[in-house]
Design a protein around this ligand. Structure first.
Ligand code: HEC
Length: 88
């Protein structure tokens, strides 16, 4: 019963926040990525595939993650989990 109550509470929270406002890359995520990651992962950096080759000899090189496709490349596909690996 208690587990069910917790589940109901969680569901209510998720349902409430989902209906309150849609989250978007431009409005909610991009500003955080620009502020927290842009200094090292901005437009001057190589994209993932090139970075993956060059990082062997350059340990301080960071892949570019400042656009939606490049960011999602490290979250969903094809470099699934790269972002989570990095954040641990
Ligand atoms: C001080 C510079 C710096 C900041 C700030 C920074 N990074 Fe990085 N990041 C690096 C460097 C250098 C590498 C490559 C070397 C390494 O993996 O340690 C890297 C690697 C990565 C990778 C590839 C990991 C892998 O194993 O494939 C991802 C994804 C990433 N960073 C995401 C982020 C995100 C998202 C943020 C912001 C929350 C961020 N980084 C902030 C310097 C930085």
């Amino acid at each position: 019963m208690r587990t069910f109550a917790v589940f109901l509470g969680l569901f209510a929270c998720v349902a409430a926040s989902a209906s309150a406002q849609e989250m978007t890359w431009r409005k909610d995520i991009q500003p955080i990525v620009a502020a927290k990651c842009g200094g090292c992962h901005g437009a001057s950096q190589p994209e993932f595939a090139e970075w993956n080759v060059r990082r062997v000899t350059d340990k301080n090189l960071a892949p570019r993650v400042d656009t939606y496709p490049l960011f999602m490349n490290d979250v969903v596909w094809p470099e699934t989990g790269a972002l989570i690996r990095r954040r641990r």
